[in-house]
Write a protein of this length. Structure first.
Length: 295
C-alpha cells in the first residue's frame, strides 16, 4: 500500500532579505514571489503550491518581520507574519549559516508556540570551513524547540528534496485542495502588480524608499493578449521624478522588464502601460493601506 496523501500549509518566515522568497520559488519550481535586495519586498501572504504523488505543499511566503520602519504599513506586515505562523501546519524559519542576529531572534519569538517548527540554515554552500556548520547547529539547538534543523543551498536540489521530506512528515493526512497543475492561488492581476513592483525595487535600489506601491487600474483579456494599465504610487514629487528618469527612460525600462516577466509567466503577449501617481503619506494611512489591498 502506498503512503497516505498529505496536504497542509507551510509558513516560511525570517528576517528581511534572508531569502524566503527565493526559497519559495525554488521549492515550487516557478516564480511565485518577487525578490530584490530591498527589505520587505514581499508584502502579502503568497501561496506557492507544489503537488507530487504523495503530497500537496501549500507554502506561505511572508514579509520579513522587523521593527525598523514604525509606520502603519509595517505594523500590518508584522501582523501578517504573526497570523500566518498561527494558521500554518508547519513553520519553516530561515537563518543564514553561522549568522544569527537580534532580528533572527525576534522572528523565532513569533514561532515559539509552533508545534512543528523547522529551522532551515541557508547558504551552506558558501561555507569554506564546514566544521563551523556543526558548531552553529549546536548553538541553534537552544534557540527554540525545533522538530528538525536542515542545512540547505537553493542551488543544490538534493538539499531541497531533503527539506521537503522533513516538512512532509509533519503535514496532516488530507486530500489535495488545489488542482495538481496550479502553482499559486494568486490571480494574474495580483502577480502583474507584484512583477512591476519587483522591477521598481530592482531598478531603483536605495534611491526610492520602500514605501512604493503598484495598483492595477485595468486588466483586460482580449483573445491571447493581456492589456494591463498600472499606476506606481509614491509619496513625493521628487520620488516621481526619480522613477520616471530622464526623458522617461527609467520608467520605460521598468515597463519593458515587467512585460517580459509577465509574458514568460502568463504564456501570452502583454500590452503594458505604466503611470506614476503621488499619494502623500500612504504607508502611514490605515484607510489607504486597506484600499491598496493590505490586510
Amino acid at each position: 500500500m502506498g503512503a497516505e496523501f498529505r496536504c497542509g500549509t507551510v509558513a516560511i518566515i525570517g528576517r528581511p532579505n534572508v531569502g524566503k522568497s527565493t526559497l519559495l520559488n525554488h521549492l515550487v519550481g516557478q516564480k511565485v514571489s518577487i525578490t530584490s535586495n530591498k527589505a520587505q519586498t514581499t508584502r502579502h501572504r503568497i501561496t506557492g503550491i507544489l503537488t507530487d504523488a504523495t503530497t500537496q505543499f501549500l507554502f506561505l511566503d511572508t514579509p520579513g518581520f522587523q521593527k525598523t520602519h514604525d509606520n502603519a504599513l509595517n505594523r500590518v506586515l508584522n501582523r501578517t507574519v504573526s497570523q500566518t505562523v498561527i494558521d500554518a501546519d508547519v513553520v519553516v524559519a530561515i537563518v543564514e549559516a553561522t549568522r544569527f542576529s537580534d532580528a533572527d531572534e525576534q522572528v523565532l519569538k513569533q514561532a515559539a508556540n509552533s508545534a512543528h517548527l523547522i529551522l532551515v540554515i541557508s547558504k551552506c554552500d558558501r561555507m569554506k570551513d564546514k566544521s563551523k556548520l556543526f558548531s552553529f547547529l549546536t548553538e541553534m539547538q537552544s534557540k527554540a524547540n525545533f522538530v528538525a534543523m536542515v542545512p540547505i543551498s537553493v542551488q543544490q536540489k538534493q538539499t531541497l528534496d531533503e527539506l521537503k521530506k522533513v516538512i512532509r512528515a509533519h503535514l496532516p493526512i488530507a486530500p489535495a485542495i488545489h488542482d495538481a497543475e496550479n502553482f499559486t492561488d494568486r490571480s494574474e492581476r495580483f502577480m502583474a502588480a507584484e512583477f512591476i513592483r519587483e522591477k521598481v525595487f530592482r531598478q531603483l535600489g536605495d534611491e526610492l524608499p520602500y514605501a512604493a506601491n503598484v495598483l492595477i487600474d485595468k486588466f483586460e483579456e482580449v483573445g491571447g493578449l493581456r492589456r494591463i494599465f498600472a499606476s506606481i504610487v509614491v509619496e513625493k514629487t521628487s520620488q516621481k521624478a526619480i522613477l520616471i528618469g530622464e526623458k522617461g527612460e527609467r520608467l520605460k525600462r521598468i515597463g519593458t522588464d515587467a512585460r517580459k516577466e509577465m509574458e514568460a509567466s502568463f504564456g501570452c503577449k502583454i500590452y503594458l502601460e505604466l503611470w506614476v501617481r503621488i499619494k502623500k503619506g500612504w504607508a502611514d494611512d490605515g484607510a489607504l493601506i486597506r484600499q491598496y489591498g493590505y490586510e
